[in-house]
Design a protein around this ligand. Structure first.
Ligand code: 1HE
Length: 262
């Protein structure tokens, strides 16, 4: 495992220890992301044990995460500011482009850098207490943890601009409606739902999960002509894996589940 931090814990769960719960454990400061905590997050995702097939990010206490630790926001010159932001980018890239799909289990405040962290996950499950905001706009600063790249992909440029210009806060229901979260659950249920999804995702062929987390977002950025070619290459690689052949055979022999109406 990587550098340990009192503000971050990594717990393995599941029969084969296939799901990692990466938890922010700084509830007294609403899980505000200090530099140390950002580096610990990076290290945790870069050093997940080989048994892990899916990960859940959770926050201890009443709130998922209050964003950047504002007590560390001291005078920085422009160069230091760039490096600080790039440090966040490296950490959140380790989440998004790490070895496994990541689900954020949200509750309470998901604000500023906390929303940037949630946006780096592949799926978000929110409970009824969740609220989303980008107070950077009213604090006289800008996002620096990849938010300007990732958040418009979830909710669109106009909504993000509104949040930062006006301080608009989205509640859990509206947050799901606009695309922050893929799942909305009752108060206190986000972690359980995230673990249920992680357990299911952990059963997928690892190469399919890799295609979805590493290749799909890149295809989405490519011109259509390049995207079709990348898709063809990825499809051919995925279906050539012995596991894919075995899964398709199992369906044809009536041994695998059909798609059922939900
Ligand atoms: C903090 C932080 C923080 C709380 N940095 N210490 N983020 C923000 O602008 C959000 C600021 N936080 C809040 O609006 C509220 O704290 C919450 C809505 C998240 C929670 O409210 P509440 O009433 O439960 O807690 P609290 O009483 O405000 O805070 C409890 C303690 O946590 C208190 O410290 P204490 O020593 O007085 O007990 C707070 O000072 C501390 N705390 N949030 C430092 N963020 C890569 S760029 C990203 C840029 C950003 O993320 S900017 C947005 C920052």
């Amino acid at each position: 495992m990587g550098k340990s931090s009192k503000d971050l814990s990594v717990e393995l769960t599941g029969k084969k220890k296939e799901v990692a719960i990466v938890r922010l454990t700084r509830p007294a400061k609403r899980n505000a992301l200090s530099d140390g905590l950002i580096l610990a997050l990076r290290d945790a995702f870069q050093n997940l044990p080989a048994s892990v097939r899916a990960a859940v990010i959770d926050g201890q206490g009443e709130h998922f995460c209050a964003g950047l630790d504002l007590s560390e926001l001291k005078e920085r010159d422009a160069g230091e500011g760039v490096h600080h932001s790039r440090m966040w980018h490296a950490a959140l890239e380790a989440v998004q482009y790490g070895p496994v799909p990541v689900i954020a289990a949200l509750h309470g405040a998901v604000v500023g850098g906390g929303l940037e962290l949630a946006s780096a996950a592949h799926l978000r499950v929110a409970d009824a207490t969740t609220f989303y905001a980008l107070p950077e706009g009213t604090r006289g600063i800008f996002v620096g943890g990849g938010g300007s790249v990732r958040i418009p992909k979830l909710i669109g440029v106009a909504r993000m601009t509104d949040m930062m210009l006006t301080g608009r806060v989205y509640n859990a229901e509206d947050g799901e409606r606009v695309g922050f979260a893929q799942y909305l659950v009752a108060e206190g249920q986000a972690l359980d739902k995230a673990l249920e999804l992680a357990g299911r995702i952990a059963q997928n062929a690892p190469l399919t999960n890799f295609a979805l987390t590493h290749t799909l977002p890149r295809i989405a950025e490519q011109p259509a002509d390049h995207g079709f070619m990348t898709e063809a290459l990825m499809a051919a690689i995925a279906q050539s894996a012995p596991e894919a052949k075995q899964r398709v055979r199992a369906f044809l022999e009536g041994k695998a589940a059909k798609v059922a109406k939900s």
